[in-house]
Design a protein around this ligand. Structure first.
Ligand code: GLS
Length: 820
């Protein structure tokens, strides 16, 4: 494996000496008595040591330069395992491996001991992790701000095929990758009331008298760039009580009440809300949001300086990117600091605030747009609510001035909704308070302008822009797919890891028979690797000579795992009916991976159905060798890194107009899977780039969906008119997958027939036909390999480095600061 310039001074012997001294000095053990965790921790510390000098220099250079910093505000970072990434950045992969071998330790075994930090739900959180990687790689001064959840995304288990959630106690054994700084804690206030007085000139002065507070304790994490000296920081805040014990209560003997305050405060960073693409209107969640942005904004301001002259330089010193609406309370917080705390005039403060914030919207589902009831917001953050009202008054006046008499428009655009309850619309607040608003794929940004935020884009067309998402090629190709990486290195050199557009130079190799042969060998080896992983991890036994048809993503009705299930059931049904000969079909292994939000009952039913269908099919000798369903529990970043490189077919089958972008779709294409997909999210751009011939398109387009829904969609009509669809649904309804119990999946069946909000039945026939095309295409293995190579060669656009360059050009305008 090609490595970037390593720290040349590190020999295997030095590394080993260091490792042993780590065991002694930091863990108080010797090699013989070391536990697994001792060994892993010592290894991690030995590696991270080689990045710390770079980190310190980076911080010094950025400070001395007064460099403009990107402050990425995100409630989620789905980081994945750290060790491999740190080894890649330090160039110590081979040294570490040889060093462990010299001690008789298996490096791979040690690496597997790491519990990945799952501080995010899905695409949105993983995107944040890719973005901080790319920012560091591009030498952009940047800090990722977020929450150090004590418990990340739940661990999914299946009991009788149903999802059961287990807490993810990732910090149980400590994390060797974090640097706590309790001395730099910041106090964050909540509750209370606001007192108003008037100064000598008759100006209103507001003083917030909060009722309680917590400490935000920062934990720093290294974010090393690839092939650069630059190392940025991720700063995650952990909540701690300001006074651990209320001494008075404690002395009076009420131990329980004394610790209650502490528990209450520390609850704030206890757990990640496991919702994805749906908001959680819970008080604790609003506390989390304010907690982390208040600490982050205060810290940034502290770096710039708090005199009025220094505060006026904020737009030259920092740009805040709001990752969805979760951190949007930062806008009124900035106003509060500038006006109430530092005494700036409102209008000047508003000008500065608007120029330092930008907002990324990640959804198209109206129900996913966050609102906070004014009752709750007023109780928790009374001064912020006042500020929001004033921002809204000024904004509404602006709308009235440009559209006199159009009160309907005013009501639609207002930051405050009146019905069904009075609440703050966070997306509106974000749009009003930001310089730029972006969507995350070309289609999404258009729909944002034309539908979700149409009134705003009419008022301020220049505010709206697009930045198509991307993924880091370091983690998702270089680390996850070493076989493909070496093949690419041999063909076009190693620069692609930092400049993914170079992949286009692979195109001619698609016509090279020897290269195609090697490419297929890599895919076959990746499949074998996955088979071994699933055997060890889940006790699943897969054949590796089948088409690997993969659908991994959060379980959500709009993503339409249900459509995939109907396809599987159709194949099964046709085999049972003798309409399909299992001997003559291409063996197919269908692999699902999906977590459902714990409160999302329909999603959990669909999980149970997938497991039930899998259990029945896998046990049926009539389909043995032809069709197999695998659903490993607890799909996470670590499993993704083995699964994606092994896939032949990537399922991206959401209803057009619902998936904002998707990023899994990009990872699959980059690893040489062909996509079967709708014209939704970034699929549109993937298809444009890889070419129509190398993409299996099906399904209604977004305008067709709108037309069909406007005219009145009747799913049962599709059921009645399509025999194979009817057979599949009837088979589910008959209890064939539920031990004869017709009630088990009745909810799913009746929802499909009478509601089917995401038009599964409308797209069924087109999907089945597209799968038939897949089946015949796969029969020509050589032609398939050519298409797969072209997918790789033409997917360079989907690097998160390119996304970050787009943010720099279109939104941030932040110069790089290379570190020597
Ligand atoms: C999401 C969208 O659903 C995805 O389509 C998108 O790729 C991702 C990152 O932009 O953001 N929005 C969300 O709430 N969760 C997501 O994964």
């Amino acid at each position: 494996m090609n490595q970037p310039p390593a720290s040349p001074s590190v020999s295997v012997d030095d590394f080993t000496t260091d490792f042993i001294s780590r065991l002694h000095n930091s863990r108080g053990v010797d090699l013989e008595s070391a536990s697994d965790n001792d060994l892993y921790s010592a290894l991690a510390w030995t590696v991270r040591k080689h990045l710390i000098d770079r980190w310190l220099v980076t911080k010094r250079v950025q400070r001395e330069n007064k460099a403009k910093t990107v402050a990425y505000l995100s409630a989620e970072y789905l980081l994945g395992a750290q060790l491999h990434n740190m080894l890649l950045a330090s160039g110590l992969g081979t040294v570490a491996r040889e060093s462990m071998a010299s001690l008789g330790l298996s490096f791979d075994w040690l690496a597997e001991l790491e519990v990945e930090p799952g501080l995010g739900n899905g695409g949105l959180g993983r995107l944040a992790a890719c973005f901080v990687d790319s920012l560091a790689t591009l030498d952009i001064p940047a800090t990722g701000y977020g929450i150090r959840y004590q418990h990340g995304i739940f661990r999914q288990t299946f009991v009788d095929g149903r999802q059961v959630e287990q807490p993810d106690n990732w910090l149980e054994l400590g994390s060797p990758w974090e640097f706590p700084h309790p001395e730099a804690s910041i106090v964050v206030h909540f509750g209370g009331h606001v007192e108003h007085t008037t100064d000598a000139e008759g100006n209103d002065l507001a003083a917030w008298k909060p009722a309680w507070n917590v400490l935000a304790v920062p934990y720093n994490y290294l974010v090393p760039g690839y092939g650069t000296q630059n190392v940025n920081s991720l700063r995650l805040w952990s909540a701690r009580a300001t006074q651990s014990f209320d001494l008075q209560i404690f002395n009076s003997g009420d131990y329980e009440n004394a610790v209650r305050a502490q528990t209450y405060a520390e609850n704030i960073s206890q757990v990640l809300y496991p919702e994805d693409s749906t908001p959680q209107g819970k008080e604790l969640r609003l506390q989390q949001q304010y907690f982390f942005v208040a600490a982050s904004v205060q810290e940034m301001i502290g770096q710039v300086g708090t005199s009025l002259d220094e505060l006026r330089t904020l737009p030259q010193r920092v740009v805040f990117q709001l990752n969805d609406t979760h951190p949007v309370i930062a806008i009124p917080e900035m106003m509060r600091l500038l006006v109430d705390v530092y005494g700036m005039e409102w209008d000047e403060a508003w000008g500065i605030t608007r120029s330092v914030f930008n907002y990324t919207c990640h959804t198209l589902l109206p129900e996913a747009l966050e609102v906070w009831s004014v009752d709750l917001l007023g109780r928790l953050l009374p001064r912020h609510l006042e500020i929001i009202y004033r921002i809204n008054d000024d904004f509404v006046a602006e709308v009235r001035e440009s559209h006199p008499g159009n009160e309907l428009l005013v009501r639609r655009m207002s930051i405050i909704q009146e019905q069904p309850f009075r609440a703050v619309r966070m997306a509106h607040l974000a749009t009003v308070g930001s310089t730029k608003v972006n969507g995350v794929a070309a289609l999404h940004s258009e729909l944002l302008k034309d539908k979700v935020l149409v009134d705003f884009s009419n008022l301020w067309p220049e505010k709206f822009t697009n930045v198509t998402n991307g993924v880091t090629p370091r983690r998702f190709v270089k680390i996850a797919n070493p076989g493909l990486s070496s093949l690419i290195d041999e063909a076009i050199g190693t620069d692609w890891v930092k400049d993914l557009s170079q992949l286009s130079r692979l195109e001619p190799f698609a016509d090279d028979a020897a290269f195609r042969e090697q490419f297929r060998a890599v895919k076959a080896a990746n499949k074998t690797r996955l088979v071994e992983t699933l055997r060890k991890r889940d006790g699943i036994e897969l054949a590796d000579d089948a088409i690997f048809d993969v659908m991994v993503k959060r379980l959500h009705e709009y993503k339409r795992q249900m459509l995939k299930v109907l396809h599987v059931v159709t194949l099964y049904d046709k085999i049972l009916r003798g309409e399909l000969d299992p001997e003559s079909m291409t063996p197919r292994v269908v692999i699902f991976g999906a977590k459902a939000a714990p409160g999302y009952l329909m999603a959990k039913e669909i999980i149970a159905l997938i497991n039930a269908v899998g259990a029945t099919i896998n046990a049926d000798p009539r389909v043995k060798g032809a069709l197999y369903v695998a659903f490993p529990a607890n799909y996470n970043v670590t499993l993704a890194e083995t699964l994606i490189p092994a896939a032949d077919l990537s399922e991206q089958i959401s209803l057009a107009g619902k998936e904002a972008s998707g990023t899994g779709n990009m990872k699959f294409a980059l690893n040489g899977a062909l996509t079967i997909g709708t014209l939704d999210g970034a699929n549109v751009e993937i298809r444009e780039l890889v070419g129509d011939d190398n993409f299996f398109l099906f399904g209604l387009t977004e305008p067709e969906v709108a037309t069909l829904q406007a005219k009145g969609y009747v799913p049962s009509a599709y059921y009645e008119a399509n025999a194979s669809l009817k057979n599949a649904i009837d088979l589910i309804a008959s209890g064939a997958f539920s031990g004869g119990n017709r009630q088990t999946f009745e909810g799913i069946v009746s929802d499909l027939l009478w509601h089917d909000r995401f038009l599964v039945l409308a797209d069924y026939q087109a999907y089945i036909e597209a799968q038939n095309v897949v089946e015949s295409a796969y029969a020509d293995q050589d032609a398939w390999a050519k298409s797969a190579i072209l997918n790789v060669a033409r997917s360079g656009f989907f690097s998160s480095d390119r996304s970050i360059r787009d943010y720099l050009d279109r939104i941030w305008h932040t110069p790089a600061v290379p570190v020597q």
